[in-house]
Ligand binder design. Structure first.
Ligand SMILES: [Fe+2]
Length: 475
């Protein structure tokens, strides 16, 4: 097993296990946390990679732990708790042998693989993202069985099965439609006739199909884009023969093949009718995250974080990350311009900075013309490190960075009462940052307008690097 020492003073500490579940009523706070922040920032991270008999082989397969920074009148509390999933129970019971994840195979010498046709073993290790559906809070990965949790106690409350009918694969990046009170997502149904399905859910029991499209070899898609009129799928040229998933005997992502000759196929579906409005093909790249999309005159504009190819996935193998030998490939913020009446795809880089884990003022700007994106940049470092505020209208950007600090996804929270016409960056940016020299993490609060620190709260230990989190207000 490759267990990382807790004394590392660089980014490698972010890949070390943190199996302690703690509750701290009041963290040491410097600066002033705005009193209008209520509820909490809840994040989910892979937190246990090492088991008695072996470790997971890929960062994406660490067992999900929830971390919560709670806000109350300027004070900050902290709590962490594992999701009590079938995946974690099986991993603990088998010493890790039974793990069947994104890129970690069950160990055949230790555990007999069981596979049913066209139903990849669906992991419930929901370590990617969180959302709210009606009154329920869900932790998600890319299988359609999210895990319900209590946003205050972090207790696991069982599975949500309401999306399972749409397909075996989905995304952990559903979009919110505030007008209809729905979550919109995409799924891939795998079978003798596979198809993409765009679906919407109002609650755990109410759902509907918005659009479908047959597909022979589904592409890996981690997110998609939504505008008031269109649901936009971006097919990475990284595709799978569904038979291979069913019978290939390899872990999920290793069944996919990089086919740059396909380019990136982009499909805009009418949300009103479900009809395919138009498809375009862009030069090949690999995308995990869209940033935003909107209509501009006769064009559909889609901003995203583009990797050169799918090798980013292997670069996130755990051994290399722990050894510090895998410098992840940098993603570039890219703007695609798609003529709605047909025509060639326009493509241009938005700024001279690398950017991943993008966030925007989602509630007010998603699907609309916007100005600011926030993200994390490696800037040549061995891993994502610095926070970036990017003005997408002119490419200018502001950076927050400190020695030995490795920042996570920046979550923009609009200031309560800050809904004025110039309010897009009126609020704070929250990020959980690893202070590698101190051997622990802290919650950083930046003024979103100046991108200057206004407060930080020290966590009692290091929090492993993760992907996504959400601010859930108490109201
Ligand atoms: Fe993601």
């Amino acid at each position: 097993m490759s267990i990382v020492s807790g004394t590392r003073t660089d980014q490698r500490l972010g890949f070390a296990d943190q199996t302690e579940e703690v509750r701290v009523a009041a963290l040491a706070v410097s600066g002033e946390v705005p009193a209008w922040l209520t509820g909490g920032l809840v994040r989910v991270t892979p937190a246990q990679m090492d088991f008695e008999r072996r470790s997971v082989t890929h960062w994406f397969d660490g067992m999900a732990m929830l971390n919560r920074f709670g806000f109350d009148g300027g004070a900050v509390s902290y709590a962490s708790r594992f999701l009590d999933t079938d995946a974690r129970r099986a991993a603990l019971a088998s010493g890790g042998a039974a793990i069947n994840g994104f890129a970690t195979d069950p160990c055949r010498t230790l555990f007999q693989r069981v596979q049913s046709t066209f139903r990849p073993d669906l992991t419930d290790n929901a370590n990617v993202n969180l959302t709210r559906l009606g009154d329920e809070y869900l932790a998600m990965t890319e299988t359609p069985i999210p895990v319900r949790f209590d946003p205050e106690t972090l207790e696991t409350l069982g599975h949500d099965q309401g999306a399972a009918a749409f397909g075996q694969l989905t995304t952990a990046h559903p979009h919110h439609d505030p007008e209809r009170g729905e979550l919109v997502n995409f799924a891939a149904h795998l079978g003798r006739k596979s198809e993409y399905r765009v679906y919407a859910r109002r609650s755990s029991t109410e759902s509907r199909t918005l659009a479908t499209m047959p597909v022979r070899e589904p592409a890996y898609m981690h997110s998609f884009a939504l505008t008031p009129r269109f649901a936009v799928l971006l097919e990475n040229p990284f595709t799978v023969n569904p038979l291979r998933l069913a019978f290939g005997g390899r872990s999920f992502i290793h069944n996919y093949r990089w086919k740059p000759e396909l380019g990136v196929r982009i499909h805009a579906f009418s949300r009103a009718t479900g009809a395919l409005h138009r498809s375009w093909t862009a030069d090949p790249f690999f995308v995990f995250h869209t940033i935003n999309a909107f209509e501009d005159g006769g064009d559909l504009v889609v901003d995203l974080c583009a990797h050169a190819d799918a090798s980013i996935i292997d670069l996130l193998n755990l051994d290399g990350l722990r050894a510090g030998t895998n410098a992840p490939q940098e993603a570039q913020p890219l703007r695609l311009t798609l003529p709605l009446a047909g025509g060639a795809v326009g493509s241009r880089r938005l700024a001279d900075v690398d950017l991943e884990l993008p966030r925007i003022d989602y509630r007010r700007r998603n699907g609309r013309d916007y100005r600011y994106a926030y993200g994390v940049s490696s800037g040549g470092s061995p891993f994502l490190k610095s926070l970036v505020k990017l003005d997408v209208t002119d490419g200018t950007h502001v950076v927050w960075d400190e020695p030995n600090a490795w920042a996570g996804e920046p979550v923009f929270v609009p200031r309560v009462g800050g809904d004025g016409p110039d309010g897009e960056d009126d609020g704070v940016v929250l990020s959980v940052v690893l202070d590698a020299a101190a051997g622990r993490s802290f919650l950083l609060v930046l003024d979103a307008q100046t991108f200057q620190e206004i407060a930080r709260a020290e966590a009692p230990h290091h929090i492993p690097f993760g992907f996504h989190g959400q601010y859930f207000s108490a109201a």
